[in-house]
Ligand binder design. Sequence first.
Ligand SMILES: O=P(O)(O)O[C@H]1O[C@H](CO)[C@@H](O)[C@H]1O
Ligand SMILES: O=c1cc[nH]c(=O)[nH]1
Length: 251
Amino acid sequence: MGGTKYRMREFAQYMAGVLNIPTDGGLKNLTKRSQRYAMYKVGPVLAVSHGIGIPSMTTLLQEVIKLLAYAKVANPIVFRLGTSGGLGIPAGSVVVSSWGLNGNLEKTHNIPILGKTRKFPSILDTRLSQEVHSLADPSDEFQTFLGGTMGADDFYRGQGRLDGPFCDYTEQDKLAYLTKLSEMGVRNIEMEAPALAAMLTEAGVRGGVVCVTFLDRLQGDQVTPSKATLTDWQNRPMILIGRYIEKYLKK
Ligand SMILES: O=P(O)(O)O[C@H]1O[C@H](CO)[C@@H](O)[C@H]1O
Ligand SMILES: O=c1cc[nH]c(=O)[nH]1
């Protein structure tokens, strides 16, 4: 899974290459007339887009969990291949998440159910995240880190940005917050990880979050690399996940 339709098409195409699966007739979007998400299948790999943020991602994830159950898929593994803002690491680095943190700095996904807020632990499979991290190669043109991921409910103030339309805190407040996150072991900020971790844990499905970082948030708020660079960087999580899937299928 990943935010955009384009990225998930690219991932499906990439996996076709890794697994040597011909796509002569072209990749088909399996969602047909539904225009909200896109879904491609290449051999045993399902690539699905999930949009921006927790409500969009969890709606899609629950549909996929049902789909996997109806299809009687044994031991599925779910990965999110995303983009994020890094904390104290070079832009273009990849972060393999070990846990998710919500905007209240709790390792839980909090959701109101029947009028009461319930909290679900957002821990990811440690062995899986360590194994994916171990597939980073010294010859890769990017660094890969293992660490916590904060999933905010907002791109601007929810991530401590100063460049949004609303701003009611100072640069000093922002840096104190980001430094606190960094000291807690958070390596990157995006908008889905705690919910994905919690929902997979509740479903008993193994999974992970692997995101490239578009900038170092300790250095600024604006995503400045060119579109071409960002498009290229989005392929980096695919490289690690491709290695994992290839290895897993050989076992
Ligand atoms: O790159 P994707 O997967 O879309 O993820 C990140 O990008 C979006 C914000 O621009 C959020 O969904 C965030 O989590
Ligand atoms: O800083 C960033 C970059 C990408 N996605 C996010 O949610 N935040």
